[in-house]
Design a protein around this ligand. Sequence first.
Ligand code: PEP
Length: 257
Amino acid sequence: MPARKPSIGGNWKMNLDTAGVKALTGDLLKVLDTSIADTVDVTVFPPFPYLAPVAGALCDAGSQLQVGAQDAWATPNGAFTGEVSLSMLKDVGVSTVLVGHSERRHVIGESDELVNEKLLAALDAGFEVVLAIGEKLEQRESGKTNLVNIGQTCLGLAGTTAQQMAKVTLAYEPVWAIGTGKTATPQDAQDAHLAIRQAVGSLHGEDVANALRIQYGGSMKPGNAADLLAQPDIDGGLIGGAALSADDFAAIVRAAS
Ligand code: PEP
């Protein structure tokens, strides 16, 4: 099985202001040793208005930290009021696009088809893509965890080629664990990750599945990161709340390294 380089994302969601973004970026540059990039891929996902300044600050500092967008619109520039295109994201130094976050799916109402459209467009435009999937509490309680995750994986990845999969990371984020302080047990998370990897194997073959990185997201913190990351199919994390503290985020990155 190929070794998978761990990958950690920090989703800042709709938080912070100019001063807060500047402070957090500066703190991350202080606490994260530049050599960390040799062992872990680290991406931060600031809100849209702060993508350019964060990308600029990281570039000026010679940092290997990547900048990701929390979402993107699939079609090119034009009459899509309120949306942000992939070419705009590329223009301001974004390398990665997150699609299908549970808040996009369940608060904004995005369908699997729209998530898939965004993923394909972002891959076509040369971005790294993180596809987030995960079951709701009632789905877990009714025994549908794998069914939901496999469905979202297959629909989200529809139309991808095996070659494109080198630019895709999955993020398994049980909806009931996001921002709630509740975390899946390492074994429950491992079971879900294995089922997701097997689903990717049936879509694209074993080599692609074995090379795919699957992050865990849902209240990952410095105190639980090591146990989650020790699981054989957990290759990193997508971090929300703890990504707003440079020290906590750096502790998680170090746990992955
Ligand atoms: C997230 O926003 O993707 C997330 C996992 O949030 P939290 O870590 O706060 O649960």
